[in-house]
Design a protein around this ligand. Structure first.
Ligand SMILES: Nc1ncnc2c1ncn2[C@@H]1O[C@H](COP(=O)(O)OP(=O)(O)OP(=O)(O)O)[C@@H](O)[C@H]1O
Length: 737
């Protein structure tokens, strides 16, 4: 990237604007004093803060970084604090204001195109019914537990449709929008049927129900629901296997006996292979929750191993597949695992002409129309937005949006999705150090506007399980906060009261989009989402529309304009005394001030620079990993590396980073024989394949396993090794991300 063109800014306070008039003798006295001070400091190694700051503004970028570090670290109050710097020292302020060299954010950006989004009629489902749980033929204790422990009285539509059908003993494919209560739709029938088993269930009987979920967090969540429902039926023991825990203690729990076993597929396969006393002879229920995500995460082979193991020991069982999206993979998996199934979905009348009353649709396998396959039900109370932001402005736009919602508005809870663990780590550390304050006064390196109101959390698959659980719990119970995460949090997690979903990196499929936005507007609540796209990616909006997904535009300027609400972002052109009204120029200057803060943080030491480069590299790899059908929207060659580097607080694009290097390596991945060639190449391939990842994918998990980290799906999962049959749905499986 060409060297940054310099725009000089210094931070000013509102009070500093009016110049003070000084008498002539006093001015002369002050000048003499200033010169004396200058001579003194020239002779010593210590620098007078004001003069040094001004001078360094003209230094090249590297030196500026060092100096800026001094500015933010050394005298943060003088630099930023409105209270201290405004105390009647306006003319001195003029000199004391830090002057920062930064590249122009607003020059040479691609034009932002007009969005001509087609308006489509979204598929909608009614969430609640007026029917109460007590109208169902359930054990009275179960009903009172639902009412008093879960504090629920009326059923959701999907519960009303599913529970009676499942209680009849039918296999089912249940499809319903995110946050519509699918978990209870299967948990209630399971508990109802197991409590009614005549010879009371013994713990030592082992599993009667197997519930498979894609992630550990979801396993915990489902376990929690089952545990609550089992309160009156204490002889039925639930248990969870999910990796992250010592195998030994899981084995011990299995030995004692678990009747309702909730697990991630990889971990269960691990125990099938290594735990002698895990038997499935009594299994009556097999539940595949979030079936689409299970397949997306590459658990097909594990599912095959599990199906074969269960089939080998028990022939008659009830199988249920639940999914928010009905993908080809899910339909094929349903064809294999379900016997004479009922297909249940609750589409609204306008969409589902064949089913005018929104009743459960029976025997649908394969799905009725390609339209149903391609479109997704979206909660009615969810407002979806998109904004087009040039690469250079992405970081400041994201920060401004977070500040707008979580600093200036009350009780806002937000999830920001990134495409890789490295990206989450980078942004988490950056925001934590620059936007956040633990006390009233800004700490070194922080903005004076750093807020105690803001709370940042992060969640991704490279974190230790203990920490993941703690973060999940903390965010679940918190009223506010910004959770930066990978798709590890997109899969079925029920995080209450989330108001905003921000997708900083576009998802790689419409199904992913649905799952991400599905973390808000749950169970009838109101929520909003924002998708941040580059101008070159505007076409993605049409791609969403083709799946009946409507988004409305928010202008980037409107997002950035929040910076004018905070005078700490106020910048002023060097030497200019003219005061200007708040307008586009003011917004630009303030955005530049914020970008400067980020750049100074990143460039304050080598470790941070290399962290930013690593994150940038990860971003490019993820970008190169978009599926073929989205390549016309997200093509790595359309990235301007210098501009993208800016969004990582880097002043220049790293020299050793080239798009072709990334794409070359990626091209190799298309050759399946590559994996067999050498182990090191295989590891590289797995890392690259998982770049657009949450850190949860089997490939990455395998790599991590070698580093002694365990993940669901990290176990050896070759179908051959387990004597499994080839998976029919694999044949036409698209290469996942
Ligand atoms: N009948 C009900 N009344 C009130 N709240 C309910 C009811 N059923 C479920 N809920 C609550 O709604 C929330 C969403 O439920 P759940 O997680 O089961 O949705 P889901 O359909 O599985 O979503 P996703 O597809 O995202 O996994 C949970 O907090 C749950 O406790």
């Amino acid at each position: 990237m060409a060297a940054a063109d310099g725009t000089l800014l210094h931070f000013s306070e509102p009070q500093a604007a009016a110049p003070r008039t000084l008498s002539k003798p006093r001015r002369a006295r002050e000048r003499r004093q200033a010169e004396a001070t200058k001579r003194k400091y020239q002779a010593s190694s210590e620098a007078p803060p004001a003069k040094r700051r001004s001078k360094t503004s003209f230094l090249p970028a590297k030196k500026t970084a060092k100096e800026a570090q001094r500015t933010f670290k050394g005298k943060p109050q003088k630099t930023f604090s409105p209270k201290k710097s405004s105390a009647g020292t306006s003319d001195r302020n003029q000199e004391q204001k830090p002057c920062v060299k930064t590249s122009s954010l607003f020059k040479n950006n691609p034009e932002i195109p007009e969005l001509h989004r087609p308006v489509v009629k979204q598929v909608q489902e009614k969430v609640f019914t007026s029917d109460a749980f007590h109208e169902l033929d359930l054990h009275p204790h179960l009903i009172s537990t639902i009412n008093t422990v879960l504090k629920m009285s009326s059923m959701t539509s999907i519960q009303k449709q599913s529970i009676p059908v499942l209680l009849e003993g039918r296999d089912a494919l249940v499809r319903s929008q995110t946050g519509s209560g699918k978990t209870l739709a299967y948990c209630i029938p399971v508990v109802q049927s197991l409590q009614a088993v005549k010879a009371k269930i013994q713990r030592s009987d082992g599993p009667y129900a197997l519930v498979l979920v894609p992630t550990r967090e979801l396993a915990l969540q489902s376990f929690d629901t089952v545990q609550k429902l089992l309160k009156p039926f204490t002889w039925i023991v639930p248990g969870v296997l999910m990796g992250g825990e010592k195998r030994k203690s899981e084995k011990a729990r299995l030995r004692k006996g678990i009747n309702i076993l909730i697990s991630t597929p990889g971990r269960l396969v691990d125990h099938i292979k290594s735990t002698g006393n895990l038997h499935f002879s009594r299994v009556r229920w097999l539940i595949l929750d979030e079936a689409d995500r299970i397949l997306d995460l590459g658990f097909e082979k594990d599912i095959t191993v599990i199906l074969n193991a269960v089939n080998a020991e028990c022939q008659s069982r009830q199988t249920v597949l639940l999914s928010a999206t009905l993908t080809e993979g899910v339909t094929r998996l349903a064809g294999i695992s379900l016997h004479n199934p009922v297909s249940i979905s609750v589409l609204d009348e306008s969409h589902d002409q064949s089913n005018p009353k929104g009743k459960a649709v029976l025997e649908v396998s394969p799905p009725r129309t390609s339209d149903e396959l391609d479109s997704f039900a979206i909660p009615e109370s969810l407002d979806q937005h998109v904004t087009l932001v040039p690469s250079k402005l992405r970081l400041v736009s994201l920060a401004a949006f977070i500040l707008q919602k979580c600093k200036f508005e009350k009780d806002q809870k937000m999830i920001v999705f990134f495409s890789s663990c490295e990206l989450v780590e980078f942004h988490y550390n950056l925001f934590l150090q620059t936007l956040l304050s633990s006390s009233g006064a800004p700490a070194p390196g922080q903005l004076p506007s750093a807020s105690t109101r803001l709370k940042f959390l992060r969640l991704h698959g490279n974190m230790e399980q203990e920490e993941r659980t703690a973060v999940f719990q903390e965010f679940s119970h918190s009223k506010t906060g910004v959770l930066l995460c990978t798709d590890v949090a997109a899969r079925g997690l029920d995080l209450p009261q989330v108001k905003w979903i921000v997708q900083y990196n576009a998802p790689s499929s419409p199904a992913e989009y649905i799952h991400r936005i599905g973390r808000t507007a749950r169970i009838g609540c109101h929520g909003s989402s924002l998708l941040i796209l580059a101008p070159s990616e505007a076409e993605y909006v049409n791609s969403l529309a083709s799946h009946k997904i409507n988004v409305s535009e928010i202008k980037m300027e409107d997002i950035l304009s929040v910076l004018t609400r905070d005078d700490c972002f106020k910048g002023r052109r060097w030497g200019s005394q003219k005061s200007r009204a708040v307008g586009p120029q003011e917004i630009r200057e303030r955005a530049t001030v914020l970008q400067t803060v980020f750049e100074d943080y990143v460039h304050s030491n080598e470790r941070r620079v290399s962290g930013a480069k690593k994150a940038l590299q990860s971003f490019i790899r993820a970008y190169a990993a978009y599926p073929r059908e989205l390549k016309h929207v997200f093509h790595v060659r359309s990235l301007h590396l210098g501009h993208v580097a800016k969004s990582f607080g880097l002043r220049d694009a790293p020299r050793n980073l080239s798009v072709s290097a990334v794409t070359k390596r990626k091209a190799n991945l298309k050759r399946p024989d590559l994996h067999k060639k050498t182990q090191s190449k295989q590891r590289l391939a797995e890392i690259l394949r998982s770049e657009y990842s949450s850190g949860m994918e089997a490939g990455l998990a395998k790599v991590k396993k070698q580093n002694k980290h365990t993940e669901p799906g990290s176990q050896p999962c070759s179908a051959d090794a387990a004597g499994a049959q080839p998976q029919p749905w694999e044949k036409s499986k698209k290469r996942s991300r």
